[in-house]
Design a protein around this ligand. Structure first.
Ligand code: SF4
Ligand code: SF4
Length: 206
C-alpha cells in the first residue's frame, strides 16, 4: 500500500510518545546535554594511543612502526620515528614516536589503524564532544592529546581491554620463558665447556 511505511513510522512515534508517560523503555530521547545516555561498549569514534603505567610519555605502547600511517585510507596519521630507543613500559628498548598526530577532521572512524597495529597501541575512543571553532589546528591531535591510560581503555571497552591484557600477559610470559630457557642452555653449554677443558691434560705435561 502506498505510504504504508510512513504510517508505520508515525504509529511507532505515537506509541513511543504515549508510552513514554508510563514506561521508561519508551522514553527514547533524553534532554542532552544535561542528561546523557552512556555509550554502548562497541561505540567508536576517533583513535587514541594507549599507555601503560603512570607516565604517558614513557608508557606509550606505540613503537612507531608506521603500519597504521601507511594503512589509514584518508592518510590522516602523521608519525615521525625517533632516532634513538628508550625503555617501554616493560623495560624493553624500543623506538618511539617523536611525533604522532591524527587529523580528526579527516579521520573517518574506520578502525583500520586499530586492526593493523601489532602492538595493541591504538584503540578507538568513545568521546564525541570534540567540536571546536578552530577547524584546522584544533582538530589535529598530537601524541599527548591522543595518549590515554590502559585504565581508561578498561573503562570504555572493558571486555576488549581485558582480552588485550590477557593476550599481552601470555606473550610476555612466553617471551620470558624463552629467554630463561636460552639463558639456562647457554649456562649449561658454558659449564660443559669448562668441565671438558678441565678434564684435558695440560699441554706438554703428558
Ligand atoms: S580510524 Fe581509519 S581514518 Fe581514522 S585514523 Fe584510523 S585508519 Fe585513519
Ligand atoms: S600505533 Fe601501532 S601500528 Fe601505529 S605506529 Fe604505533 S605501533 Fe605501529
Amino acid at each position: 500500500m502506498l505510504g504504508e511505511g510512513i504510517l508505520k513510522g508515525l504509529a511507532e512515534t505515537a506509541r513511543n510518545f504515549v508510552g513514554s508517560y508510563v514506561s521508561k523503555e519508551r522514553l527514547t530521547t533524553v534532554e542532552y546535554p544535561e542528561q546523557r545516555i552512556a555509550p554502548i561498549e562497541a561505540t567508536r569514534d576517533f583513535p587514541f594511543l594507549v599507555y601503560d603505567g603512570k607516565d604517558w610519555d614513557a608508557g606509550l605502547r606505540c613503537v612507531a612502526c608506521q603500519i597504521c600511517e601507511k594503512e589509514c585510507p584518508p592518510k590522516c596519521i602523521f608519525i615521525e620515528k625517533s632516532k634513538d630507543k628508550k625503555p617501554d613500559a616493560v623495560g624493553k628498548q624500543q623506538f618511539y614516536p617523536a611525533r604522532f598526530d591524527i587529523d580528526i577532521s579527516v579521520c573517518m572512524s574506520c578502525q583500520i589503524c586499530v586492526e593493523v597495529c601489532p602492538f595493541d597501541a591504538i584503540k578507538m575512543n568513545t568521546e564525541f564532544e570534540l567540536s571546536t571553532t578552530d577547524r584546522f589546528g584544533g582538530l589535529l591531535l598530537d601524541r599527548q592529546q591522543l595518549a590515554k591510560s590502559n585504565e581508561y581503555y578498561h573503562e570504555i571497552h572493558p571486555t576488549e581491554a581485558s582480552g588485550v591484557d590477557a593476550r599481552l600477559a601470555a606473550e610476555r610470559a612466553a617471551a620470558e620463558a624463552k629467554a630463561k630457557a636460552a639463558a639456562e642452555a647457554a649456562a649449561a653449554k658454558a659449564a660443559a665447556a669448562a668441565a671438558s677443558s678441565a678434564a684435558k691434560p695440560a699441554g706438554g705435561e703428558a
